[in-house]
Design a protein around this ligand. Structure first.
Ligand SMILES: *[C@@H]1O[C@H](CO)[C@@H](O)[C@H](O)[C@H]1NC(C)=O
Ligand SMILES: *[C@@H]1O[C@H](CO)[C@@H](O)[C@H](O)[C@H]1NC(C)=O
Ligand SMILES: *[C@@H]1O[C@H](CO)[C@@H](O)[C@H](O)[C@H]1NC(C)=O
Ligand SMILES: *[C@@H]1O[C@H](CO)[C@@H](O)[C@H](O)[C@H]1NC(C)=O
Ligand SMILES: *[C@@H]1O[C@H](CO)[C@@H](O)[C@H](O)[C@H]1NC(C)=O
Ligand SMILES: *[C@@H]1O[C@H](CO)[C@@H](O)[C@H](O)[C@H]1NC(C)=O
Ligand SMILES: *[C@@H]1O[C@H](CO)[C@@H](O)[C@H](O)[C@H]1NC(C)=O
Ligand SMILES: *[C@@H]1O[C@H](CO)[C@@H](O)[C@H](O)[C@H]1NC(C)=O
Ligand SMILES: *[C@@H]1O[C@H](CO)[C@@H](O)[C@H](O)[C@H]1NC(C)=O
Ligand SMILES: *[C@@H]1O[C@H](CO)[C@@H](O)[C@H](O)[C@H]1NC(C)=O
Ligand SMILES: *[C@@H]1O[C@H](CO)[C@@H](O)[C@H](O)[C@H]1NC(C)=O
Ligand SMILES: *[C@@H]1O[C@H](CO)[C@@H](O)[C@H](O)[C@H]1NC(C)=O
Length: 446
């Protein structure tokens, strides 16, 4: 029954999204693989402008106001910088995780078993250009690199690990390489890496469906997060110039703005900024742009290209972020793409073509592999905006953005070419209100 249901579902999904099948290996297979699969823990020590490690911990499906009302979330905010204007990029879960790794949702508006073709690059490829180690910690994934749809609690059969909350597993460019796949590990490996001083410089952390609020609520998850982080706050090795973004995949009320309660904590946060707020507009795409700006890495040429950069990094490069008027912003839906079922996006068979010749907000151009793969092709969108825009489908075309006014950001600039380039862009773009299309035009010109 389960098998036939799975194949029925697989067939239905296949018809809609064209490339999907479910994968539910038998327990015996999982047990055998778990016995013989070792996690991979590469390390590196590449200095960044604002931090030497960037970690994200994502909880699930909570409206901003509900997280803000929780006392444990308030305590976590007191330990760092509260980002009051940070947005998820669509609904439901999976496309948000997808976006944080690959710079697009590819139209995904569902939690299906989807695989993204190997010619789509991710943040892992950006990090690899400078040998910056990366990994993921997925609570209760049964072994490193497991590619099944879910792994439930084997006593209660309650939801535990789910593939839809695992960003890099969605990408063939990661999982078709066994070494890379085994950098996607469980929480046991996290504590091993911590004890052995083998933590990577970039990591994505997903608690299980109990701890992340998905099957519980904010009271439960915030208590878990406070407890988990409190232990780490006392660990000098973990905290050493580390920035940790505590956020949510999406909000819970689909007709709201999709703003999510987000906090930056860790040893890289200067003491005088603890307990402060930052009202800069950010999205999940900002995490890729910030990592690029911090380590001088190229862009994917997708929505990370024009995304605002976390102020702690932008301040070091002289890049001036955009203020975005959210009145007409729709981040509860998404632009068309090949992974759409039609729930919150239109289906389009074509894989979006990234930009190949822009300098992007981090100022370091586009990844060589992207330039090579998509050479001579016209980008599907104008990827220079700090939010996704689609002219053809009238998506976010009426949203206006302005360069933040009189930002004084050059005092701690590093003097590198990136700082000079960022400052030049900041100086030449006038501070007038622009629509999404105009922002794109300006960015093309400079
Ligand atoms: C990328 O791969 C997909 C799937 O195999 C294919 O449809 C697409 O044409 C490829 N794109 C390029 C630019 O090669
Ligand atoms: C995946 O979840 C289903 C229930 O949705 C459960 O029947 C199945 O045992 C789970 N698979 C594993 C490997 O835990
Ligand atoms: C989730 O992990 C916690 C430990 O962090 C554990 O107590 C709980 O049982 C797990 N949830 C499930 C459904 O197994
Ligand atoms: C697989 O990934 C590892 C680690 O990043 C890399 O060293 C190796 O060259 C990759 N192999 C292939 C065939 O791309
Ligand atoms: C979360 O659930 C617990 C246990 O059911 C309950 O005591 C608490 O009030 C709930 N929190 C919220 C914010 O609803
Ligand atoms: C912090 O990192 C630096 C290198 O970046 C190293 O020299 C120092 O020993 C580290 N400190 C701790 C407490 O791990
Ligand atoms: C997105 O939000 C807008 C504005 O609140 C609302 O009109 C629209 O129905 C929402 N879309 C979905 C899919 O919920
Ligand atoms: C959002 O949906 C809820 C429940 O479906 C409804 O009560 C509320 O009026 C809607 N708000 C907007 C802005 O559409
Ligand atoms: C960035 O610079 C501005 C202006 O000097 C300052 O107000 C803000 O606190 C800085 N933010 C961070 C995170 O360093
Ligand atoms: C960059 O690509 C766009 C779109 O293909 C093209 O219109 C533009 O002329 C190119 N600019 C440069 C500097 O090559
Ligand atoms: C990108 O922006 C330019 C300038 O506004 C415009 O000419 C072009 O049609 C836009 N392209 C897309 C795909 O929206
Ligand atoms: C910017 O900051 C520097 C050093 O903190 C200061 O000397 C300079 O006057 C400031 N410029 C403006 C325009 O505020």
């Amino acid at each position: 029954m389960k098998g036939s249901l799975a194949s029925l579902l697989a067939a239905a999904v296949l018809a809609r999204a064209q490339i999907a099948t479910t994968s539910e290996p038998a327990i015996a297979q999982i047990t055998a693989a778990a016995a013989s699969t070792k996690p991979e823990s590469p390390t590196s020590d590449v200095k960044g402008l604002a931090f030497d490690r960037f970690y994200q911990v994502w909880l699930e499906n909570i409206d901003y106001e509900d997280a803000a009302a929780d006392s444990n979330m308030q305590w976590l905010a007191s330990q760092g910088i509260l980002l009051t204007n940070f947005y998820a990029v669509t609904h439901p879960s999976e496309p948000n995780y997808c976006a944080a790794a690959g710079g697009d949702t590819f139209g995904m508006d569902n939690d299906d078993f989807l695989q993204i073709p190997a010619n789509v690059s991710t943040v892992a490829d950006l990090l690899d250009t400078k040998g910056i180690s990366w990994g993921e910690y997925q609570e209760h994934i049964p072994y490193a690199g497991f590619q099944g749809y879910n792994y439930s609690n084997q006593e209660t059969y309650h939801n535990d690990y789910v593939r839809k909350h695992n960003p890099l597993i969605l990408y063939d460019s990661v999982v078709k390489n066994d070494t890379r796949a085994r950098q996607i590990k469980g929480f046991e490996a996290f504590f091993d890496d911590l004890d052995n001083k083998k933590l990577p410089q970039w990591a994505f952390i997903t608690p299980n469906m109990t701890n992340d609020a998905h099957d519980t609520n904010i009271t439960f998850a915030a208590k878990w997060e406070r407890s988990w982080m409190s232990t780490l706050f006392k660990n000098d090795y973990f905290m050493n110039n580390t920035a940790i973004l505590l956020t949510f995949d999406e909000d819970d009320t689909y007709n709201k703005t999709n703003r999510v309660y987000s906090i930056l904590v860790g040893g890289a946060i200067p003491d005088h900024l603890k307990g402060t707020k930052d009202d800069t507009f950010y999205t999940h795409y900002s995490t890729i742009a910030s990592v690029s700006a911090n380590w001088g890495l190229p862009s994917l040429g997708r929505w990370d290209c024009g995304a605002n950069i976390l102020e702690m990094v932008a301040n070091k490069t002289g890049y001036v972020n955009y203020d975005v008027d959210i009145t007409n912003l729709r981040l509860n839906e998404t632009n068309p793409g090949p992974l759409a079922d039609g729930d919150y996006a239109k289906f389009s068979a074509a894989w979006p073509i990234p930009a190949t010749n822009l300098s992007c907000s981090a100022g370091h151009g586009i990844l060589d592999a992207v330039k090579k793969t998509y050479a001579g092709l016209t980008p599907t969108h104008n990827y220079t905006t700090p939010f996704p825009v689609d002219e053809k489908n009238d998506y976010n075309t009426k949203v206006t953005a302005t360069r933040k006014s009189s930002s004084n950001t050059t005092s701690s600039a590093s003097g590198s070419s990136s700082a000079a380039e960022g400052a030049a862009v900041a100086a030449t773009v006038p501070s007038v209100a622009m629509t999404g299309a105009m922002v794109a035009l300006f960015a093309y010109l400079f």
